[in-house]
Design a protein around this ligand. Structure first.
Ligand code: GAP
Length: 449
């Protein structure tokens, strides 16, 4: 079995243009990343499959795109100004800062490295609370009155639009509002590639339900989200549900289950599903003076409870790469292959003229490429030996490759090569489009153990 380390994932992401360290020519910007072509395509697929499952295929969820900078009172009401904090200690000697609750996993800045506080030179301050929200100023004045925040979650933008959606989209509980967008957190200990970053793209859905039904819907969403990961190819043995203990839960939650993935750093949170009760709508009702409740026919009137599945594209992206990464020896040569679900794979098929100098092969290949690209993200590649081109496509996870060769010029058939099995068969060139359509619809299971 391939030993998948975070280093291998980082190296492949870089080598094949999925992800680059940000601002690299200026020495980088700690734990901040830029996405290259294949990274963008993969993220687009993750985002649109999430949206398809959460909005497109349902009658009870609508979409929203709220602002990143909201009225700062939103964050007072939500509890983020007062309580979205980590306890920190500073070392006066090495000038480093550590999370007080993770000090036994941190390394001291001096050599040989020990845990902070373990050397006689360490001089640690008392722990103090550090707010994770990024502050900014809005407008020309730079005083307290112009302070605003970059949103640390997309959820609050949904709660403050509850009344708009209820009235204008004519919804009644149970119904949900889904949103995808950037969130920002000044994480003290970011790291492990994209797993914990300061700028990430959240996909959150707030599902408003009658209080008596909250527990049932909470369990429903845990299962629904768990099954979504199985549908897109993550191995069941690498996933688990972990229910939080009462001490671990956030102040607003009466039940939280993490869907965890076995990342190279160990079992860690991929997605959280929380029963937030009526905390958010009640807080915003009290702070804004606008009643956020459901008023039905007759005398029905209540504050809905909220069930929230929340995840970032980054955590899914890393889990998908880890799950897909494989190494094997084929005909005495090593190959690295990303066994991504075809729906997640950035490129669905490669079109390769066997001999790039042969004008007839190039013309046929270009023609096929033009035909397929109208429906799918496909790639024409005539750079280098065919073996190297196959290996490149394997490393970016392209499930199928169509090769135009001598025989194509005689009988208009092409070879299709499957990424996972390496099986090859010949197809009439006119049937490729239909074949690909059907192949992308087929159920897919990873061949990885
Ligand atoms: N609205 C609830 C909320 O934001 P959270 O557990 O703080 O809850 C939800 O975050 C999800 O967002 C996490 O399960 C994780 O997938 C993702 N996430 C949180 N912090 C992150 C970070 N620093 N980098 C990448 N993803 C992050």
């Amino acid at each position: 079995m391939t030993d998948v380390t975070m280093d291998k994932i980082v190296s492949l992401s870089r080598r094949r243009g999925f992800v680059f360290p940000s601002s690299e020519i200026y020495g980088g910007m700690g734990s901040t990343y830029d996405y290259g072509h294949y990274g963008v395509l993969t993220k687009n697929n993750i985002r649109s499959l999430w949206f398809q499952a959460m909005v497109q295929e349902r009658d009870d969820i609508v979409a929203l795109d709220s602002a990143i900078i909201l009225n700062p009172r939103v964050w007072e009401a939500s509890g983020h100004v007062g309580g979205f904090t980590d306890p920190l200690v500073d070392c006066r000697t090495c000038k480093l800062r550590f999370r007080a609750d993770q000090i036994d996993q941190a390394s001291c800045g001096r050599r040989p490295s020990k845990h902070p506080g373990e050397t006689p030179d360490c001089d640690l301050t008392e722990a103090r609370q550090f707010n994770l929200m990024f502050k900014t100023q809005v407008g020309a004045l730079e005083d307290e009155s112009s302070t605003a925040y970059l949103r640390p979650e997309t959820a609050q933008g949904i709660f403050v639009n509850f009344k708009n959606v209820l009235q204008l989209a004519r919804r009644k509980p149970p119904f949900g509002i889904a949103q995808v967008g950037k969130s920002f957190r000044n994480e003290i200990t970011p790291g492990n590639f994209l797993f914990r970053v300061r700028e990430f793209e959240q996909m959150e859905m707030e599902f408003f339900v009658p209080p008596a039904d909250a527990e049932r819907w909470y369990r429903y969403w845990v299962d629904e989200r768990f099954n979504w990961y199985l549908k897109y190819g993550l191995r069941e043995s690498m996933l688990r549900k972990r229910e939080h203990s009462a001490e671990e839960r956030s102040h607003y939650s009466s039940g939280t289950t993490d869907i965890e993935y076995l990342y190279p750093i160990g079992w860690s949170e991929l997605e959280g599903v929380a029963n937030r009760g009526d905390f958010d709508l009640t807080q915003h009702t009290q702070h804004s003076g606008t009643k956020l409740e459901f008023v039905g026919d007759d005398t029905e009137r209540y504050t809905p409870y909220v069930i929230e599945p929340a995840v970032s594209i980054e955590r899914i992206f890393v889990a998908m790469l880890v799950d897909a990464y494989d190494e094997e020896v084929v005909a005495e040569r090593e190959r690295t292959v990303l066994r991504l679900h075809p729906a997640i794979a950035p490129v669905k098929a490669a079109i390769l003229p066997l001999i790039p100098r042969n004008a007839d092969m190039v013309e046929k290949a270009r023609g096929l490429h033009d035909e397929l690209r109208r429906q799918h993200m496909v790639e024409y590649d005539d750079g280098g030996q065919i073996g190297r081109r196959y290996r490149r496509q394997d490393e970016i996870g392209t499930p199928f490759a169509f090769t135009i060769d001598d025989q194509t010029l005689e009988d208009d058939t092409v070879t299709v090569r499957e990424r996972d099995s390496l099986a090859q068969e010949r197809l009439p060139i006119g049937g490729v489009r239909g074949w690909l359509e059907e192949a992308l619809e087929r159920p897919w299971r990873t061949p990885k153990a």
